[in-house]
Design a protein around this ligand. Structure first.
Ligand SMILES: Nc1ncnc2c1ncn2[C@@H]1O[C@H](COP(=O)(O)OP(=O)(O)O)[C@@H](O)[C@H]1O
Ligand SMILES: [Mg+2]
Length: 365
């Protein structure tokens, strides 16, 4: 068992207020990812959990025990950093064994624990080698091995894959997900990469300027982003935000008019929206097909094979992106019509808050 509760955690460095009251409850065996732009406070929050940094206020509870004042070694956590922090002169075996040597465990126990970690991480035949003889991905696995042998209650990862090339990052994502399943451990993983967050997390914490924008499952964030920030941060290519004016609000939803005059009724809860209000309509590139509706002049076409990403300008100069099937017959410079299903649209008010979608796909339990 390892639950983790953060209660109103704040952090300031002098006059710089970095975290503004973080409340979060992580479940046992959950893989939670902190994602957000560089500088939003992810590492600071993780370091506070690890005990490497002291919160300015608030408390941290692991497994029901308040550890706010506990030393890092007494928290039952283990952290893996982006820089692997391996000892170059020690073998892979001794690098993994390092925390056990510090604890002065008997040799047989060290052998057993390192052997088991190496097996899980497919490093058994690398144990006699030095870190310099390993690839980047293998070195990262050694660093993770050093975490595993400590048998922590909670694993913490701070951008562990950032130093790897794209292909290897993809492989390591899969391995880390598998590792999470094999160890059945609670894990908190920090990244600025929304693809890592979407692919690995049970639940994602989206951080922005030291505040939690939203905490939810990947598909919850995708279908029900609570804010404009989350909407544009999650999903690739990024969601389009098209300005529109409200022309009516009723039982069937919100009627809007785009700059070009195109009108749609969007099935959302209208809240206090009324005719004349300015809103932004969020349209994901993958929800667009060729057809009647909005129009854009195609500026750049990226053929990725299975999908063709098109970037263009709408009549009022707004940029727009549509992801069309790979073989779609379109050319750069051409005017194309874009059909949009109203049920796929997101609507954000002037404060960036979402009007709840009524017809979004049901979420898996
Ligand atoms: N030791 C420190 N002293 C002063 N400011 C810091 C310190 N550590 C982090 N910060 C500031 O706190 C903010 C959040 O940093 P950080 O948590 O590292 O962000 P992230 O990991 O999301 O990129 C940044 O503006 C950073 O400059
Ligand atoms: Mg960081």
């Amino acid at each position: 068992m390892a639950t983790l509760d953060l209660n109103k955690i704040t952090k300031s460095f002098g006059t710089a207020h970095v975290l503004h009251g973080i409340d979060l409850a992580v479940r046992d065996k959950e893989f939670v990812v902190f994602v957000g732009p560089s500088g939003c406070g992810k590492s600071t929050l993780l370091r506070i959990i690890a005990g490497l940094e002291e919160a300015s206020s608030g408390s941290l509870v692991i497994d029901g025990v308040d550890v706010s004042a506990a030393a890092p070694v007494d928290r039952g956590i283990s952290m893996v950093f982006q820089s692997y922090a391996l000892y170059p002169h020690l073998s892979v075996f001794e690098n993994i064994a390092f925390p056990l040597r510090v604890q002065k465990l008997p040799e047989a126990e060290v052998q057993a624990k390192v052997g088991r970690a190496a097996e899980i991480l497919k490093l058994t035949d690398k144990l006699p080698l030095k870190p310099g003889q390993l690839s980047g991905g293998q070195r990262q696995r050694v660093a993770i091995g050093r975490s595993i042998v400590r048998n922590p209650k909670v694993f913490l990862f701070d951008e562990p894959l950032s130093n790897l090339d794209a292909a290897l990052r993809g492989d390591m994502r899969v391995e880390l997900s598998q590792l999470h399943r094999d160890l059945a451990a609670t894990m908190i993983y920090v990244t600025h990469d929304q693809v890592e967050a979407m692919t690995m997390a049970d639940r994602i914490v989206v951080l922005n300027k030291g505040r939690i924008e939203q905490f939810g499952s990947p598909m919850e964030l995708y279908h029900h982003p609570a804010t404009r920030f989350v909407a544009t941060f999650i999903g690739q290519p990024n969601m389009n935000l098209v300005p529109a004016t409200v022309i009516g609000a009723g039982a069937e939803g919100l009627a809007v008019e785009f700059h070009g005059g195109h009108r749609m009724t969007l099935p959302v809860d209208c809240g206090s929206a009324r005719a004349g209000d300015k809103v932004e309509v969020g349209i994901r590139p993958e929800n667009v097909t060729l057809g009647a509706g909005l129009t854009m002049k195609l500026r750049v076409l990226e053929r990725l094979g299975g999908v063709s990403i098109t970037y263009g300008d709408m009549p009022d100069g707004m940029r727009f992106c549509a992801a069309l099937p790979g073989d779609t017959v379109v050319k750069e410079g051409e005017e194309i019509g874009l059909a949009i299903n109203p049920a796929d649209c997101h609507v954000f008010d002037a404060n960036g808050s979402v009007l709840r979608r009524r017809m979004a796909p049901a979420l898996a339990a």
